[in-house]
Design a protein around this ligand. Structure first.
Ligand SMILES: *Cc1c(COP(=O)(O)O)cnc(C)c1O
Length: 399
C-alpha cells in the first residue's frame, strides 16, 4: 500500500519527547519558548507564538486583527473548512472569492469586487503549499485599510520572491501568518500551530488569548522570587501547545530543509513522469513562488470520472484524495452564512451550482491528489504514475 502521506518522525523526536516527560514539565514552558525562537529564525519573523493548531492560530489572528461580529472577511471557499470556520468563530461573515484554476489560489483580480464597507480583513491561503499572489493581495489590502492574515497551514518552508528577494512564507509578508503541525502537513508535532507577525502588540495579544487571558503567565510566576497574583483582564482560551509537542517540533525543524528539498524533487519527477499523459493537467508554479508541494494535485481529463479513477488506483494499493474541499458546499454553510463576490447584490446564486465559485467547485470535482512524502521511493512514484495512466486509459477505452 502506498499512503497519501507519511510524516517523517524518528528516534530523535521520540528521544525529545522522552526528555521532556522525564523533566517533569510537560505543559507550555521552556520547550515552547525555544521552538518559537527557532521557528521565528527559520522564517525570518520578528515574533512567533505557538498554539494548539492552525485553526486556533487563525482564530486568534482574526481577533487580533480586530474582526468583530457583523464584519466581513474575504477568503476562499476552496480550502480546508477550518479557514472559513475561523471567520465564523469571530461572528463574522466569510465572503468567498473564486480561485485561479492554474494555482488553486485566490484570484486577485476578483478581490476588489468583494470589498464592502464591512470588510475588515483578507484571509488568504497558500493552498497545499503554493504561495498565493501576496503582492496583489497586500496592495489591495493597503488601499482599503484591511489586515492580511495568511493561512500558511501547508506552507512551512515555502518561499516567495518579495521585493526582489526570496523570502520564507511567514516573515510575514502580510500582517500575520498561521501554520499547522498536523501530520498531514510538512512537519508535525501531532497537532499544533504557530502565528508569526512583526507587530509586538499582536504577539502580546496572542499570548494573552492562548492562555485564558491570564495577565502573568505561569512560567513567570514559577521563576519569581516574590509572590505574584495573576489577573484576567479579558476572556481568553486554552489554545496552548505542550512542551512535549514543542520538543518534537524542534527536531522536525532540523529535518525541514531536507524534507522540502525531497518534496520538491519528487514533485519535479512527477511532472516528468506525467508530462505526456493526454489531457492531464499538471500544477503550475509561478516564477515568483517555490512550493513545499504539501500536495501534488493533478486535474483529470475532461471525460474521466474522479471517483472511478481513485477507486482503480486504490484497487492497486495506491491511496489518493480528491481535490481540496469547498466550504460553501457543506451543510454547515447554508446560503445565509456566507457571500461570494458576485452574490452580494445578486441573490440568485443559491442554487446547487454557484457560478461565482465555479473554478473552486471544478477543482474539487476534477482534481486528484497523488501520494507524496519525503521517504517515498522512485519505484513507488513510478507505480503511482503507471497506475494513474492505466486508470485513464481504461476510461478512454470504455467510451
Ligand atoms: C490543515 C489546514 C488547516 C487546519 O490546520 P489544523 O492545524 O489541523 O487546525 C487550516 N487551513 C488549511 C489551508 C489547512 O490545510
Amino acid at each position: 500500500m502506498i499512503p497519501i502521506t507519511k510524516p517523517m518522525l524518528g528516534e530523535n523526536e521520540a528521544e525529545a519527547a522522552r526528555r521532556v516527560i522525564a523533566s517533569g514539565w510537560t505543559s507550555q514552558g521552556p520547550e515552547v519558548a525555544a521552538f518559537e525562537k527557532e521557528f521565528a529564525a527559520y522564517v525570518g519573523a520578528p515574533y512567533a507564538c505557538a498554539v494548539s493548531s492552525c485553526t486556533t492560530a487563525l482564530h486568534l489572528a482574526l481577533l487580533a486583527a480586530g474582526v468583530r461580529p457583523g464584519d466581513e472577511v474575504i477568503t476562499v471557499s476552496h480550502s480546508y473548512i477550518a479557514t472559513a470556520n475561523s471567520i465564523r468563530y469571530c461572528g463574522a461573515r466569510p465572503v468567498f472569492v473564486d480561485i485561479d484554476p492554474a494555482t488553486f489560489n485566490i484570484d486577485p483580480v476578483l478581490i476588489e469586487s468583494a470589498v464592502t464597507g464591512r470588510t475588515r480583513a483578507i484571509l488568504c491561503v497558500h493552498q497545499i503549499g503554493m504561495p498565493c499572489d501576496l503582492a496583489a493581495v497586500c496592495e489591495i489590502a493597503r488601499r482599503y485599510g484591511l489586515a492580511v492574515v495568511e493561512d500558511a497551514a501547508c506552507a512551512i518552508g515555502s518561499e516567495i520572491l518579495w521585493q526582489g528577494h526570496w523570502e520564507k512564507i511567514g516573515r510575514p509578508q502580510g500582517d500575520i501568518a498561521c501554520f499547522s503541525f498536523h501530520p498531514r502537513k510538512v512537519i508535525s508535532t501531532g497537532d499544533g500551530g504557530m502565528l508569526t507577525t512583526a507587530n509586538p502588540e499582536w504577539d502580546a495579544k496572542f499570548r494573552l488569548l492562548r492562555q485564558h487571558g491570564m495577565s502573568v503567565p505561569d512560567t513567570v510566576r514559577h521563576g519569581a522570587s516574590r509572590v505574584i497574583f495573576e489577573s484576567y483582564p479579558i476572556v481568553g482560551f486554552n489554545f496552548r501547545m505542550t512542551d512535549i509537542q514543542a520538543a518534537v517540533g524542534r527536531e522536525q525543524l532540523k529535518r525541514l530543509p531536507d524534507i522540502v528539498r525531497k518534496r520538491r524533487e519528487l514533485a519535479a519527477r512527477y511532472r516528468t513522469l506525467l508530462a505526456k499523459v493526454p489531457g492531464l493537467g499538471l500544477p503550475t508554479e509561478p516564477d515568483w513562488a517555490r512550493s513545499t508541494w504539501q500536495s501534488f494535485s493533478v486535474r483529470l481529463p475532461e471525460d474521466s470520472d474522479q471517483r472511478w479513477v481513485m477507486q482503480a488506483m486504490l484497487d492497486e494499493g495506491i491511496a489518493t484524495r480528491r481535490g481540496v474541499m469547498c466550504a460553501h458546499r457543506e451543510p454547515a454553510y447554508p446560503p445565509d452564512t456566507w457571500s461570494c463576490a458576485g452574490r452580494i447584490r445578486n441573490r440568485s446564486c443559491t442554487e446547487e451550482v454557484c457560478r461565482c465559485l465555479r473554478h473552486s467547485e471544478e477543482a474539487q470535482d476534477r482534481t486528484v491528489i497523488l501520494p507524496l512524502f519525503p521517504e517515498m521511493t522512485f519505484e513507488q512514484q513510478d507505480r503511482v504514475a503507471e497506475s494513474l495512466q492505466d486508470a485513464l486509459r481504461v476510461v478512454t477505452l470504455n467510451e
